[in-house]
Design a binder for this molecule. Structure first.
Ligand code: PLP
Length: 371
């Protein structure tokens, strides 16, 4: 190719305003990348809130079966998975929208309900995809300051204007691990005008067993503007396959279905997700492991004199007081990958995902040695 600098067009400035302001999502560092860079082996990745159990055997079998028909397009309607979800969640099929990960669904919602004329509200420290989806449709992001690292629903309500079309709520929030209880959430939803779509992102809901954690699906009858999103990437252990979904009123699902790519979820993901729903043992093992790991890491951090944000998810955000990226880099040299949070405006915090018991210990030992 010839020298691109001689081009008469500046393809950066030709992009729409919102897109120009975007910074690509920063994923957790892949194990292979660290292997290449530092020549390390035996690396522990606790950076992307992935399930440490490995894949369910039911999912493996379903994927094997799909290999035989891999030349065919997937079922664009996702009939089998939608039916399985409808049974599992006790909802109507017409309320479900499938996505290539729940990130895809978040994007569909933004494309369907926000544009250059609209404002989209979300919290400071909220999941990074809300900003990406908002800006890519050239909507105005209204970022509401957090309270105790969590969503300040009163302030989010105050931020509503005539232009507000969409509100994103992560419950619990990633990366902070904070959650909103049933009464706070219902109070908020009751006050929000019905013409504003409220997305309740429940990516970690399967892990949670605190009694005042709201089940978004049970609120759908009462709040027709509510869209609940969930995923197979976390507690169900299928992050690489990319499959998530929303449950909403059927009219919203109808609209999301219009902006969706015809084959947005691949055959392997559809089959594995449908199969894994009947592996209750897998889910329960993961939950138990996570509960124990939260305690193990919490106690380990406290023993090191570090404070952390109490979390109900499968990860913990902790305060290293000094520059988090330095500690992150030092941990990499020990073969432990966690997540730096400077891009979330939390330069002194790191987020660690809950792993297997020995992985958690590796992390705690590495942290003790680098501090
Ligand atoms: C991990 C995560 C998701 C899920 O992403 P997928 O695209 O389904 O893998 C959604 N929301 C939050 C808050 C998350 O942390």
């Amino acid at each position: 190719m010839s020298d691109t600098s001689t081009s008469v067009c500046d393809y950066i400035s030709l992009a729409t305003e919102g897109v120009k302001g975007l910074h690509p999502y920063q994923p957790g560092k892949p194990i292979e990348e660290l292997e290449r860079e530092l020549g390390l082996t035996n690396i522990v990745k606790l950076a992307s809130n992935e399930n440490p159990l490995g894949i369910s055997l039911l999912a493996t079998a379903a994927i094997q079966q799909q290999l035989e028909v891999a030349t065919l397009y997937p079922d664009g309607a996702g009939f089998v998975l939608k039916q399985a979800l409808a049974d599992y969640l006790a909802v109507e099929v017409s309320t479900i929208t499938l996505g290539n990960g729940s990130n895809d669904v978040l994007d569909l919602i933004a494309r369907a309900y926000a544009g250059p004329e609209s404002e989209v509200i979300y919290s400071q420290y909220a999941f990074a995809v809300y900003a990406l989806s908002t800006q890519s449709v050239n909507a105005k992001a209204v970022v509401v300051p957090a309270k105790d690292w969590g969503h300040d629903l009163d302030a989010m309500f105050e931020a509503i204007t005539e232009q507000t079309s969409l509100i994103f709520i992560a419950n619990p929030n990633n990366p902070t691990g904070t959650y909103l209880d049933t009464s706070k959430l219902k109070q908020f939803l009751t006050r929000v005008p019905e013409n504003i779509v409220v997305v309740l992102d429940e990516a970690y809901c399967e892990y949670i067993d605190v009694s005042d954690y709201p089940d978004g699906i049970s609120l759908l009858q009462e709040y027709p503007n509510l869209v609940v999103t969930r995923t197979f990437s976390k507690a169900w252990g299928l992050a690489s396959l990319r499959v998530g979904y929303s449950i909403s009123n059927p009219d919203v699902a109808n609209i999301l279905n219009r902006v969706r790519q015809p084959f947005n979820v691949n055959s392997f993901a559809l089959a594995a997700a449908a199969a894994v729903l009947s592996d209750n043992e897998y889910l329960e093992n993961g939950k138990r492991l996570n509960k124990e790991g939260l305690v193990q890491i919490g106690e380990g951090l406290a023993a090191l004199g570090l404070s952390y944000i109490p979390s109900v998810g499968n990860f913990i955000c902790f305060d290293v007081v000094e520059d988090g990226s330095k500690v992150y880099q030092a941990l990499l040299k020990e073969g432990v990958i966690v997540r730096p949070l400077a891009n979330y405006g939390m330069p002194h915090h790191l987020r660690v995902s809950i792993g297997l018991k020995n992985e958690n210990q590796r992390f705690l030992d590495a942290l003790a040695s680098v501090l």
